[in-house]
Design a protein. Structure first.
Length: 67
């Protein structure tokens, strides 16, 4: 599956790399929401996908903090 490969890729990264990726994902989510509000967004399912990716990144960060 695509998501499990993404999670495995996240687990190999350091905490700083994960924080950078989290920041980029949050910026992307903001831009997608802005495009959606102005009716410029074609693929609205991308918002849901980015939200789930943010949650995955935060989960991996917490796992590394607890380890």
């Amino acid at each position: 599956m695509k998501s499990s490969k993404y999670v495995e890729d996240l687990k190999t990264k350091t905490v700083t790399e994960l924080n950078e990726e989290l920041t980029a994902a949050k910026k992307e989510l903001f831009n997608l929401r802005f495009q959606n509000a102005t009716n410029q967004l074609d693929n609205t399912s991308r918002i849901k996908e980015v939200r789930k990716n943010i949650a995955r990144i935060q989960t991996v960060i917490k796992e590394k903090a607890n380890a």
